[in-house]
Ligand binder design. Structure first.
Ligand code: SAM
Length: 277
């Protein structure tokens, strides 16, 4: 009978976030397939766990996967882990799981934190409907088309970003999305955890003079979910202004965005919204 493949989450910073079940499974399995064995060995040592490790990462070949699947098929139990957070979420694991599924190998999840969901929860953005966009591509063309495809996305969007690319990414986002509300979530669960809810233009200005440090998740408001039609009334346009304000824009900026979307002048919208307040 096949052994079980466990998909095990690990802390995204604070080791206190490890769970009793993660420790139990990591100690009990025959082998742990780890993205970086040095990183996982440190985690295991901290908890006095001595399970053998083998390397399984983004560039692992089909031959390596076949070897792991053969061990599972022969009855060994295995945990797959990444350096931090949930495997398979912008991390290795998905191909192994797909192929194990196809071989009818039993798979169980041992959940832990994911930076994406942790950031969303603390972002102060709309959590009702969201999409996870992972990392933007490094190539300019692919980055551009990824962002363009999201221009009219109405759900809250979650991105991962490396610190050295943050400044350019924020500029590209401002250019594509306009001045939306953004929550910049940094170093979650660590000593310097920080969540800054601001606007894209303010974020761009801030990082002109400040160097990004640490790990970042960007949580960005979607486009206000209103159909803009030729017959839009002033009242409809004001609903749009309020939606922008709820997403964190100042009244004047919200009026400017809504003016661009509706054809009403910024001044007209501004005066009308002030009358209503
Ligand atoms: N699989 C992981 C998960 O479930 O969160 C994500 C792995 S991905 C390779 C690493 C990226 O996740 C980082 O570049 C950063 O964008 C984000 N990240 C991971 N840990 C984080 C933390 N403690 N605070 C903020 N972002 C984090």
């Amino acid at each position: 009978m096949s052994g079980i493949l466990y998909v095990v989450g690990t802390p995204i910073g604070n080791l206190g976030d490890i769970t009793a079940r993660q420790l139990e499974i990591l100690a009990a399995v025959d082998i742990i397939a780890a993205e970086d064995t040095r990183v996982t060995r440190k985690l295991l040592s901290h908890f006095d766990i001595h399970t053998p490790l083998t390397s399984y990462h983004e560039h692992s070949t089909q031959t390596v996967r076949d070897g792991l699947l053969a061990r599972l098929a022969a009855g060994e139990s295995m945990a797959v882990v990444s350096d931090a957070g949930m495997p398979c979420i912008s991390d290795p694991g998905a191909k192994l799981i797909l192929q194990a599924q196809q071989m009818q190998i039993p798979i169980q999840v041992v959940p832990g934190p994911s930076a994406a969901i942790s950031a969303l929860a603390i972002s102060g953005q709309d959590t009702g409907r969201f999409c996870f966009e992972g990392f933007l591509s490094v190539t300019k063309k692919q980055r551009y088309s990824h962002l363009q495809a999201l221009q009219h996305e109405t759900r809250t969007m979650i991105f991962y970003e490396a610190p050295h690319k943050l400044k350019n990414t924020l500029q590209d986002m401002l250019q594509t999305f306009g001045d939306r509300s953004i929550s910049i979530c940094r170093e979650l669960t660590k000593l310097h955890e920080e969540v800054c809810k601001t606007t894209l233009s303010e974020a761009v200005a801030y990082y002109e003079t400040n160097t990004p440090r640490g790990e970042y998740v960007l949580v960005i408001a979607g486009e206000p979910p209103l159909a803009v039609t030729d017959e839009m009334s002033l009242e409809d346009a004001l609903v749009l202004v309020r939606a922008h304000m709820e997403q964190g824009l100042r009244t004047a900026d919200a009026c400017r965005e809504a003016a661009a979307q509706t054809g009403f002048s910024k001044r007209e919208l501004y005066q009308a919204i002030l009358k209503q307040e």
